[in-house]
Design a protein around this ligand. Structure first.
Ligand code: NCD
Length: 350
């Protein structure tokens, strides 16, 4: 039974395939313990003096800010880089040189890069704890961990578990790296029914399907939102990754792929949970999660983003080997904070 998270013997997270049921449960135990820190009731400074390099060579808002906030809430400091233009990689420096240079300055690294394989190259050139923050259309394992944490918490509120549930993953499954990592992680469980719904040209890649086939879970693939599907417990919608489309894909006329009130009313159980890794395209006819569901308490998207903080704090704690210090380093926070963070919030993080 392995509770550690490692890649080639180093404390690095590159793929959801590295995780086991035991290692995620171990991580969630600490994420639960750190929830009061994420909700600003407690303070915990077990990474005092440590520095994180948060290297984002591709667009990001929530992943970059939540990694830096998680590290800072554990008492660490963060050094950020955004875009390729402002890094020495634009001067011809190799990924491995950059990785080794930065290893001399910091104690942990998060990397997002537009190419599959680039984060693994970064990881190979350092012995420091490192997390893949998204490698092009490859994987985004920390997002899958926070998605799984959200699914478990949301299902438990309606007295259900993952085993026995029907999960629909919808949208751009070809380029959507969060969907790739999530289906790998969910495949650790038995008795799950997956329905994958995407336009024909954006179906889940075969290599991902092959990597989850061993789980024995039922996987049904659909290319239309209107076909016969019933009784969905969780809808995990994703954005069309237009920035990764080929010129043919840019010109294609996709069928209606909007997840809205009508879809939820027709195909889902009344207590369905609605998720999305965000960002979503909020324009009126976008093939994405519609804003007509915004005040629906079943919409879990902001509970999901909020969960990014305790999950990423737990991940840093484990990769830097300080998780056993959490319990005795929790202190009351000294400032006040609203109980509900946004006007449409229905449940508090606390
Ligand atoms: C996703 C990503 O970057 O892969 N966002 C995120 O990290 N939460 C999804 C996307 O960009 O559509």
């Amino acid at each position: 039974m392995s509770l550690s998270i490692s890649h080639k013997g180093k404390p690095q997270l590159l793929s959801a395939a590295q995780l086991t049921l035991e290692s995620v449960e171990h991580l969630f135990h600490y994420a639960d313990m750190l929830r009061p820190v994420a909700s600003r009731m407690k303070v915990c400074r077990i990474l005092e003096g440590a520095v994180l390099a948060n290297l984002f060579f591709e667009a990001s808002t929530r992943t970059r800010i939540s990694f830096s906030s998680a590290f800072a809430r554990l008492g660490g400091a963060v050094s950020d880089t955004t875009g390729l233009t402002f890094s020495s990689i634009s001067k011809g420096e190799s990924i491995s040189d950059t990785s080794r240079v930065i290893s001399g300055y910091v104690d942990a690294i998060v990397v997002r890069h537009p190419q599959i394989g680039a984060v693994a190259e970064f990881a190979a050139a350092t012995n420091l704890p490192l997390i893949n923050g998204g490698d092009g259309p490859g994987e985004h394992p920390s997002q899958a961990i926070l998605d799984l944490y959200t699914i478990i918490n949301e299902l438990s509120r309606v007295k259900k578990t993952i085993s026995g549930s029907h999960i629909a993953i919808v949208g751009d499954l070809k380029y959507g790296r969060t969907a790739h990592s999530l289906i790998k992680l969910l495949s650790l469980y038995k008795g799950v029914k997956f329905t994958l719904i995407s336009p024909q040209s954006l179906i889940m890649p075969e290599y991902i399907m092959n990597s989850v086939a061993h789980s024995g879970n039922s996987i049904d693939e659909r290319v239309s939102l209107s076909s016969e599907i019933r009784d969905i417990d969780i809808v995990y919608a994703t954005r069309m990754q237009k920035e990764r489309f080929t010129s043919d894909e840019i010109d294609s006329d996709f069928p209606d792929f909007q997840i809205n009130k009508k879809f939820i009313g027709t195909f889902c159980k009344p207590e369905v949970i609605l998720m999305h890794p965000l960002p979503r395209d909020s324009s009126k006819d976008a093939l994405d999660l519609s804003t007509d569901l915004d005040s629906d308490p079943r919409l879990a998207i902001f509970r999901q983003t909020d969960n990014g903080i305790p999950v990423r704090m737990a991940l840093f704690s484990i990769l830097l080997g300080v998780e056993s210090l959490i319990a005795k380093n929790l202190q009351d926070a000294t400032w006040k904070h609203p109980k509900l963070l946004g006007p449409n919030d229905h449940f508090s993080l606390r």
